[in-house]
Design a protein around this ligand. Structure first.
Ligand code: TPP
Length: 371
């Protein structure tokens, strides 16, 4: 295992002093270390991975220095456009170091949403003409190689990080004044739903908790679309679903997910039917992958949703208010509820045991019978 602080210090020694990206569970300790040791302008947690590549590009152009972009391999898709049409040697030729968490590495058991991505990770970079170096304990050699490579070739290089590569680095606490857990909030939301209501829930622990709540209640999972991957697209999936069905569709989003593709909210209000309902669990953090902060508490999410065109946006910090506002959401159009929760989840939180395809099939069957 690599000593996380020593790795970070070595990056600084090589003048890699500008960090940008979206946190990842495999990079949890590295992200914590970067956050603990960099000032706000030198560690920017971006809305999505494409933004991070663009930021590193701008920084290089103005400073001549090299940015470090950290991401989970699920984020490669978001980064492809600026990697190919901005940083690529046939366009602006911009050097940067990509540090990429390798979820779903072949041979290592992982969740369904990571398997395909893990299989094609190296090939994807190769196809883009980006060299991949797999990080091991000889990290100084690897960083030296990357540094020399990007200096010489003026293009990005990817340092691929396997599971458990970094030693633990205690995550600095993110400020959060709320007392209700996300699981309590979800349980209360589910209590308010009717038999024919559907959920589309976001990536990470929100969907895992919803799965477990249904298990505990001996309820089926056919009303819940647990968006295991595709972070940031939950609201668009729910929008499509609400157009195709008469049932109420409750999108349950997270602040990191909302911010990742907030552009979708510019479109949703002009097309959303009455049965589209939006619930945002705002804990001010990417809680599922280590609790690194989002700007969820810095921006006025309620005002933003109203400005986008939602008619009413309610806010709740406790179960009583959730129950009260869920009634308001029921049969009016363009209604949203923001629920503020504290950080953390159960130590023994499991993962869905129903496969994504079976989940989808059961749901389609349910919709068919509801027509
Ligand atoms: C495109 C992409 N980038 C990064 C990730 C890794 N990831 C999974 S869950 C998550 C955090 C989600 O944060 P939020 O929506 O605020 O929900 P919370 O975990 O706080 O409940 C991240 C970054 C991912 N799955 N996909």
């Amino acid at each position: 295992m690599i000593n996380t602080k020593k790795f970070y210090d070595y990056l600084l020694k090589k003048e890699f002093d500008f960090f940008v990206g979206v946190p990842d569970s495999l990079l949890k300790n590295l992200c914590a270390c970067i956050k603990d040791n960099s000032d706000q302008k030198h560690n920017i947690i971006t809305a999505n991975e494409g933004n991070a590549v663009a930021l590193a590009s701008g920084y290089h152009i103005s400073s001549g220095k090299y940015g470090v972009v950290y991401m989970q391999n699920s984020g490669i898709g978001n980064a492809v456009n600026p990697l190919l049409s901005l940083a690529d040697e046939e366009v602006y030729s911009i050097p940067m170091l990509l540090i990429v968490g390798w979820r779903g590495e072949p041979g290592i058991k992982d969740e369904p949403q990571h398997v395909k991505q893990g299989k094609v990770t190296i090939e994807l970079f190769k196809t883009m003409g980006i060299e991949c170096i797999i990080l091991d304990d000889q990290y100084e050699e690897k960083i030296d190689y990357c540094y020399d490579y990007i200096r010489k070739n003026n293009k990005p290089i990817a340092l691929i990080v396997r599971k458990n590569a970094f030693e633990e680095y205690k995550v600095p606490k993110t400020d959060n004044p709320y007392t209700m857990t996300r699981e309590q909030a979800l349980e209360t939301v589910i209590d308010c739903l009717k038999k024919d209501d559907f959920i589309v829930s976001t990536t990470g622990k929100t969907s895992r908790e919803i799965f477990e709540i249904r298990e505990r209640r001996n309820e089926k999972h056919s009303n819940d679309f647990l968006t295991v991957g595709s972070m940031g697209h939950t609201s668009s999936i729910a929008l499509g679903m609400s157009i195709g069905a008469k049932n109420n569709i409750y999108c349950i989003d997270g602040d990191g997910s909302f911010i990742m593709h907030a552009g979708s909210f510019a479109v949703i209000p002009s097309v959303a039917p009455k049965n589209f309902k939006y619930i945002l669990i705002n804990n001010g953090a990417h809680e599922s992958v280590g609790g690194q902060p989002t700007v969820g508490f810095k921006i006025k999410v309620k005002e933003a949703l109203l400005a986008f065109g939602f008619k009413n946006v309610y806010e709740a910090t406790n179960e009583k208010d959730i129950t009260k506002y869920m009634k308001q959401l029921e049969d009016k159009e363009l209604q949203a509820l923001i629920i503020y929760t504290k950080l953390g989840s159960r130590e023994d939180l499991g993962r869905p045991t129903v496969s994504p395809v079976d989940n989808k099939k059961a749901m389609m069957e349910k919709f068919k019978n509801n027509k």
